[in-house]
Design a protein around this ligand. Structure first.
Ligand SMILES: NC(=O)c1ccc[n+]([C@@H]2O[C@H](COP(=O)([O-])OP(=O)(O)OC[C@H]3O[C@@H](n4cnc5c(N)ncnc54)[C@H](OP(=O)(O)O)[C@@H]3O)[C@@H](O)[C@H]2O)c1
Length: 265
């Protein structure tokens, strides 16, 4: 990757900031909130990237539901514009695409059923970016966590809530993974070498959210009370397609152990 010019969108966001840390020399995109075809073309002419890593998005499910047009612009129109630039593009998608699947899981890439607008838009984005450029790499990410990063805002995440809150409400029976965002960033150069297509991209977790939270509570002797939110749909991903391409994440528990060690928690 050394000689490549890499453009990272959303460089001050939760994932983008960590990707900027992981890829020295990457070019930080300006905000693309108001971007249109013309401004995207000007950006490409100026930067002339060999690779685009697109993290900018409207990533909050509730915000997308309240502002469907804004969500469509951010989560479909913008990535389609970028994928149409004729440059290899890596785009983040989400495990929410499985939020309405009838099966228990774990889910492989071809079983999708969105239960919210954010996920609907991400699925449309995946299809349209692949149609426009079959070399596009779509990464379906899980809920990610990290400790706060100096100089940039942290977003609500599982680890920070477990460390800071007096109580946390989770669906005890829900199966989903949480992933250490620094691992997501560390593996991004490898992800950029994947053939075009859709990949579940994150830790795998055979434990329920109750078991995961209890493990963390006991490991760090946290005083937190864990409450059951009642049943919620699984978001349980099978990442074997990614593993077949040689990209292996730690499991959720191993990832949490790494983070605990990194920050001496
Ligand atoms: N965080 C997670 O746990 C998680 C889980 C699954 C999937 N993902 C996906 O991973 C990617 C990165 O997530 P993230 O947590 O890093 O996102 P984020 O921090 O919420 O947002 C990243 C950047 O997107 C830009 N942005 C916000 N609203 C926008 C809009 N309406 N139009 C265009 N750009 C906008 C902002 O940059 P500017 O201020 O510079 O405009 C922001 O810094 C997203 O595609 C998200 O859907 C995240």
């Amino acid at each position: 990757m050394a000689a490549k010019t890499i453009l990272v969108t959303g460089p001050n966001g939760f994932v983008g900031a960590r990707i900027m840390d992981a890829l020295s020399g990457a070019v930080a995109s300006p905000s693309l909130r108001e971007a249109d075809g013309e401004s995207v073309k000007r950006l490409m002419d100026t930067v002339q990237p060999d690779l685009i890593i697109h993290t900018a998005a409207m990533s909050d499910i509730g915000c997308c539901a309240k502002d469907p047009e804004g969500s469509y612009r951010a989560n479909v129109t913008l990535p389609v514009l970028l994928a149409g630039c004729g440059v290899k593009t890596v785009i983040f998608s989400t495990d929410q695409v499985y939020s309405g699947c009838r099966e228990e899981g774990p889910y492989r890439e071809d079983t999708v059923c969105p239960a919210n607008l954010y996920a609907e838009h991400k699925i449309e984005m995946e299809k349209r970016t692949l149609d426009i450029n079959p070399d596009t790499v779509l990464l379906r990410a899980t809920w990610m966590y990290d400790m706060p990063r100096y100089g940039s805002p942290n977003r609500g995440n599982f680890l920070v809530s477990m460390l800071r809150e007096k109580e946390i409400t989770l669906s005890f029976a829900q199966r989903r993974a949480v992933t250490y965002v620094r691992e997501v960033a560390a593996l991004i150069s490898r992800a950029a070498e994947l053939p075009g297509g859709i990949y579940n991209y994150g830790s795998e977790n055979d434990l329920t959210m109750e078991e995961t939270a209890l493990w963390l509570k006991e490991t760090l002797a946290l005083p937190i009370e864990i409450r059951d939110a009642g049943p919620r749909h699984n978001l349980w991903m099978d990442c074997s397609k990614l593993r077949e391409h040689g990209i292996c994440f730690h499991s959720t528990i191993e990832g949490l152990k790494t983070c605990i060690e990194d920050y001496s928690l």
